[in-house]
Design a protein around this ligand. Structure first.
Ligand code: ZN
Length: 83
């Protein structure tokens, strides 16, 4: 009984230590697929980049990127699936 609660404390401590990861090396990089409205080129964009772009947006506005191929607009493919 007492032994198992001590074990839980040990696990909590290990969880705390895991979170101390200033470089985020253990985190999986979230990738967002963007798709060009004109040529359907797709681009993989790290989510933190999207986050930086979305700072300048108004609420409800979507992040839009420029297509590297045709310089048209690329949008988040998750929210705008092809029908
Ligand atoms: Zn394009």
């Amino acid at each position: 009984m007492g032994l198992s609660s001590r074990k839980n404390q040990q696990e909590n401590l290990e969880d705390c230590l895991k979170e101390e990861d200033p470089f985020g090396l253990d985190e999986d990089l979230e990738i967002v697929i963007f798709r060009c409205l004109d040529c359907n080129t797709t681009d993989e964009v790290p989510e933190y980049i999207i986050g930086e772009f979305s700072v300048d947006l108004n609420k409800g506005e979507e992040v839009k990127l420029h297509c590297p191929k045709c310089n048209s607009t690329m949008i988040d493919a998750r929210e705008n699936p092809i029908d």
